[in-house]
Write a protein of this length. Sequence first.
Length: 217
Amino acid sequence: MPVQAGRFLAENIRGAKYVELPGEDHLLSAFDDALLDRLVDEIEEFLTGTRSGPDLDRVLLSVLFVDIVESTQRAVALGDRRWRDLLENYLGAARRELERFRGREVDVAGDGVFATFDGPARAIRCACAIRDAVRPLGLEVRAGVHTGECEIAGAKVSGIAVHTGSRVAAAAKAQEVLVTATVKDLVAGSGIAFDDRGAQPLKGVPGEWRLFSVASA
């Protein structure tokens, strides 16, 4: 059936909406899964006025947040060009360690690195490795690790566990890798040692959280 026929129908039926999808015929079986999803989305939006967002998977992950201590002051002191060069070296070192410990980079915002791991021990050891790798650059970092269920939608990772991990990192001191009690319990027997930092509130996260500083990884 020529495409002009479909366009003619849309032009002459009041309230019709014409959407042209790639393909060579009108048989649904000829569409691949992605095109079928697109077709259903278009029908849903026409009938209801909205389309559903992507299905969310909930997956247990260990999240790692790392950023540079006093990065704004360093940027001002160095100037734009030198700071940009230093930032590239920092991110290069961080990405090498992420690859070595099989972490997945989710997002980089300025000097902040957000990554996920399938186990908390690797996340801790990666954080310590990043800290040690950037020390020759004259940089001090802080890191936070938390493990919990995260919502996955495509490449995006979100949820309370992510928010908690970010707040744990914000509570860390210079050169400190801070973890939640959940992480500490999960890595029992791994040989990783901790110092108890006590119960602390985390901004925007309900309750108090028992935090531990990594003493030896």
